[in-house]
Ligand binder design. Structure first.
Ligand code: PRP
Ligand code: URA
Length: 209
């Protein structure tokens, strides 16, 4: 079974409180989402493989470590996942970025895929899917399906707020994929929104509605 880990660093929890407040405006919301993503990726990347490399320091030759293998791919689920990308690239600036466009039907809550653009050779890359919200889990499950269909073998899912219903559905669908979240919230309401949550993440990031 995949792991579900809440990253409860005080700075993450502090910034999450700021964006939960309905009076937090677009500019501050956007900034905090990126900052939380940046703080989270430090922990998410903890098990990345390393390899030895020879360098010449100003003093002597030395054997040191660098990240092994092909470049990591950050995959935002559009739209709201876009809000986390810059924060992650602050710490992994060489990462590639693949995009998955998906929207949730407001009536049925079913996800619909409308766009996928990935780098090559997903088989040999670490994939980090980002989306602030894991609600029913439908979008995240479909995003992982889309990556696996294209050959991805090593995938992590990173969100800010997760509902227990979404975590359960995701683990059942993809037991090989770990989830990292800044919070495990209480439940989904009848409209499919996470409670207490933070509302519609896409609208709050982009100032729509
Ligand atoms: C939101 C959110 C997730 C999805 C989560 O996107 O960003 O992608 O809902 O819900 P689920 O777990 O029930 O699938 P939305 O469909 O509102 O699209 P948007 O980001 O374009 O606003
Ligand atoms: N999508 C959001 O943006 N917010 C929720 O609470 C649930 C799905």
């Amino acid at each position: 079974m995949g792991k579900f880990q809440v990253l409860d660093h005080p700075l993450i929890q502090h910034k999450l409180s700021i964006i939960r407040d309905k009076n937090c405006g677009t500019r501050e919301f956007r900034q905090c989402v990126n900052e939380i993503a940046e703080l989270m990726v430090y922990e998410v990347s903890r098990d990345m493989p390393l390899e030895d490399v020879e360098v010449e320091t100003p003093i002597t030759k030395a054997t040191t470590k660098r990240l092994a293998g092909k470049k990591v791919v950050v995959v935002p689920i559009l739209r709201a996942g876009i809000g986390m990308v810059d924060g992650i690239l602050e710490l992994i600036p060489a990462a590639k970025v693949g995009h998955i466009g998906m929207y949730r039907d407001e009536e049925t809550l079913q996800p619909h895929e409308y766009f996928v653009k990935m780098p090559d050779d997903l088989e040999n890359r670490e994939m980090i899917i980002v989306d602030p919200m894991l609600a029913t889990g439908g979008s995240a499950i479909m995003a992982v399906d889309a990556l696996k269909k294209r050959g991805a073998k090593s995938i992590k899912f990173v969100c800010l707020v997760a509902a227990p219903e979404g975590v359960k559905a995701f683990h059942e669908a993809h037991p090989d994929v770990d989830i990292y979240s800044a919070s495990l919230d209480e439940y989904l309401n009848e409209d499919g929104y996470i409670v207490p949550g933070l509302g519609d993440a896409g609208d709050r990031l982009f100032g729509t509605k």
